[in-house]
Design a protein around this ligand. Structure first.
Ligand code: MN
Length: 136
């Protein structure tokens, strides 16, 4: 199982941001945060984390547009991205997955399952990368 060491959280709701930061930091994971797309791109220019957690409703450039930008940049093309979404509609979630997210976590965050969920996505993504490497 790949170790989850670092996460970038992109979230403009400070209450959600603080909760996610708390849950990750409590588990010894290094957390970087951004409250909009510009700050996220700035953070990613320095360090690409193990996982990106991304609110899809951001001020200015929205989450889906930002995910598209990350997927087309070689630096961030394969970083696992988990959408944080309050959308209840199934169509929206499918749109996020089709747009390049690996998975989504519904808000409000379930503090009991949150870390396992993030770890599971990282494990699945790293398995996929290994498989692609083997096929090459
Ligand atoms: Mn938001």
């Amino acid at each position: 199982m790949p170790e989850l060491r670092s996460v970038l959280v992109v979230e403009d709701n400070l209450q959600n941001l603080e909760l996610v930061e708390f849950l990750l930091e409590e588990a010894g994971i290094a957390v970087a945060s951004a409250t909009d797309a510009a700050a996220a791109l700035e953070a990613l220019a320095t360090t690409v984390p193990d996982v990106v957690l991304m609110d899809m409703q951001l001020p200015g450039t929205d989450g889906l547009t930002l995910v598209g930008q990350l997927r087309t940049s070689p630096r961030t093309a394969t970083v696992p991205i988990i959408a944080l979404t309050a959308h209840a509609m199934r169509g929206d979630r499918e749109r996020f997955l089709a747009g390049g997210c690996d998975a989504y976590i519904a808000k409000p965050i379930d503090t009991n399952t949150f870390l396992d969920e993030v770890q599971r996505v990282l494990a699945a993504a790293s398995q996929r990368t290994r498989r692609n490497d083997a096929e090459r």
